[in-house]
Design a protein around this ligand. Structure first.
Ligand SMILES: [Zn+2]
Ligand SMILES: [Zn+2]
Length: 344
């Protein structure tokens, strides 16, 4: 297993385990030597490393505000419950289904109003504008775990998790970058407007304000006092906005870091992608990342019966009620072998 060449997925790949090859299920799937043994250097365009202050400061502020959660004054059960609901809506519909399976990989088709609604939900996770998120992710698929990969954890875990966001990568700001990776998206004025004057960031701040004001109004109605309104508003701000944002950021970043380091592989791919169950459970199925790298256009990431994939369930449900169409399922489930690792 130690001297694997990059291989085209063949009839021996474990996806065929479903049709009877038992050894394929039990044998660990190795990665190419170039990926398994080499530590990667930072992408050339990030050298010399220079801090990207807008992201470093904003992420620093969010994490510092998160410390307020340790003070009982800022806690409320309603704030916690709303945080779980907000994570489901903004991460599940916004990032997993919207940013990733729809906008990046076009795994299904839906009306513009629904696509834009999902994009707005994605923006509420503070993970950059839709076009920038998609461009970086498409670049990741093009170079996965090779030096130009913007966030491979083979550089080191912290780089893959968050470091890549904190340092300037000269590729991300050029017009060429957008032209190359997201020309399709930027034909839509909605996404173009999100790029202008940090519009996406204003949308994030507006959603934080709406949640906080809703907390104040609810508190005023429930307790009938200014103190009650202030406390509930503060707790919704800290838990539903800040703690949930931090949680969503880290579980999404874990797809880039943990899912390229730890877990099992169903498929031989030219990268170190893994299926990591705990990431999948926290991200509505995004953690079945080796499956995803092997079949990128598929809107279904969980390929085996125990690979829990709520985003796929939601896409299917939307299809049944007529909201989405042309849903792309995994090749493997439709009788074909995995031909080539496709582009995005
Ligand atoms: Zn990946
Ligand atoms: Zn992807």
């Amino acid at each position: 297993m130690s001297s694997m060449q990059l291989q085209s997925p063949s009839s021996e790949t474990p996806h065929q385990a479903d049709s009877g090859s038992k050894s394929a299920v039990t044998e660990p799937i190795s990665v190419p030597d170039a990926v398994a043994s080499n530590r990667l250097d930072h992408p050339e365009e990030t050298k010399p490393l220079r801090v990207y202050w807008p992201y470093a400061i904003s992420l620093g502020i969010v994490h510092l505000l998160g410390l307020l959660a340790f003070f009982p004054y800022f806690y409320s059960t309603s704030g916690l419950i709303l945080a779980v609901i907000a994570h489901t809506v903004f991460d599940g519909f916004g990032v997993s289904i919207g940013y990733h399976r729809l906008l990046t990989h076009r795994g299904f088709v839906c009306p513009k109003w629904l696509e834009h609604s999902m994009a707005i939900c994605g923006i509420c996770t503070l993970q950059d504008s839709p076009a920038r998120w998609v461009a970086v992710h498409r670049m990741h698929h093009q170079h996965s775990d090779h030096q130009p990969d913007p966030h491979s954890p083979l550089v080191d875990f912290l780089w893959g998790h968050v470091g890549w966001l904190l340092f300037i990568d000269r590729r991300h700001d050029g017009v060429i970058h957008f032209e190359r990776y997201v020309r399709d998206m930027l034909r839509d004025p909605f996404y173009l407007n999100m790029e202008r004057k940090y519009m996406w960031l204003w949308v994030y701040l507006a959603h934080a304000l709406v949640i906080t004001v809703a907390g104040a109004i609810t508190g005023a109605l429930w307790y009938g006092t200014v103190a009650g309104a202030t406390q509930l508003a503060a707790s919704w701000f800290v838990w539903t906005v800040i703690v949930r944002t931090i949680f969503t950021l880290h579980v999404t970043w874990a797809v880039n870091s943990a899912c390229h380091m730890w877990g099992y592989r169903n498929y031989e791919t030219k990268d170190n992608s893994r299926n990591t169950w705990w990431v999948a459970y926290l991200t509505f199925g995004e953690g079945w990342h080796n499956n995803h790298h092997a079949d990128q256009k598929s809107a279904m990431h969980g390929h085996r019966w125990f690979e829990f994939d709520p985003s796929w369930w939601a896409i299917n449900l939307m299809k049944r009620v007529g909201l989405v169409s042309e849903v792309i399922g995994p090749k493997v489930r439709h009788g074909g072998k995995l031909d080539e690792v496709t582009g995005y």
